[in-house]
Design a protein around this ligand. Structure first.
Ligand code: ADP
Ligand code: MG
Length: 217
């Protein structure tokens, strides 16, 4: 069984699905210290690790609820099945890191466009992935749809999303500065700035949500 590890989960790859087991606060601190130390002091790293674990739990719960109500969200999140322990299993997909490495520049720019379009779709369902680490956290499923495999950093609050847009947060995160292939940085910055605008947010935020039964009466 091949194993991968992010900050929030240990991932077991079996066959066509993966199983993700959340890290305990202690384990998360250990991993954060190893990977993201950057000269920060122990207390700062501890705080970040705990926030990340808590955010992961909150985000997964929100996505569990949403994916039960909306089949298109369920597919977009790689068909997750949740267990009480906080673990979940999911369809195994091809990460964008693998895709970017195999295709030419023009095809990769089209992937960036599909990624930005997928973020607008998230807005329509009232959520927003805010890590922007697309090489590791997004991928393509067997049907060729762009999907989100890591939903551990989700914003649900429109005011927070507005702040992220104003700051162009996607240019500050590790993904843009480190994980995205260099030739894709300029097109990424352009496509994201053109797509993730306050006007688009106003138009799309929550547009696909149906009022719940209790709100209809
Ligand atoms: N559904 C999946 N299909 C293929 N690989 C996956 C899948 N889910 C996770 N992985 C791999 O495991 C890594 C860590 O999983 P992820 O869900 O991103 O955990 P974390 O929240 O800890 O970052 C990913 O970057 C990816 O390489
Ligand atoms: Mg991840």
């Amino acid at each position: 069984m091949f194993v991968k590890q992010g900050g929030q989960y240990t991932v077991y790859l079996w066959g066509r699905r993966v199983r993700k087991v959340p890290h305990s606060p202690r384990r998360a601190q250990f991993i954060f210290r190893l990977r993201w130390a950057n000269g920060q002091n122990k207390e700062e790293i501890r705080k970040q690790a705990l926030e990340s674990v808590e955010n992961g739990r909150r985000s997964a719960k929100a996505m569990e609820d949403l994916s039960k109500r909306y089949p298109e969200v369920y597919r977009y999140l790689c068909k997750p099945r949740f267990s009480r322990s906080g673990s979940y299993s999911q369809q195994r997909v091809k990460t964008l890191e693998e895709v970017f490495a195999r295709q030419d520049h023009a095809a990769n720019v089209r992937v960036l466009e599909a990624y930005a379009a997928a973020l607008i779709q998230e807005w329509r369902y009232g959520f927003f992935e805010t890590e922007f680490d697309l090489t590791e956290n997004s991928g393509f499923d067997a049907d060729g749809n762009l999907v989100l495999l890591d939903f551990g950093d989700i914003a649900l609050d429109k005011t927070e999303v507005e702040r992220i847009i104003r700051e162009k947060r996607w240019l500050l995160d590790w993904s843009y500065t480190n994980s995205l292939p260099k030739d894709l940085r300029k097109p990424f910055a352009r496509i994201m700035a053109d797509t993730l605008t306050l006007a688009n947010l106003k138009r799309h935020w929550g547009a696909a949500l149906q009022p719940s039964l209790s709100e209809q009466s």
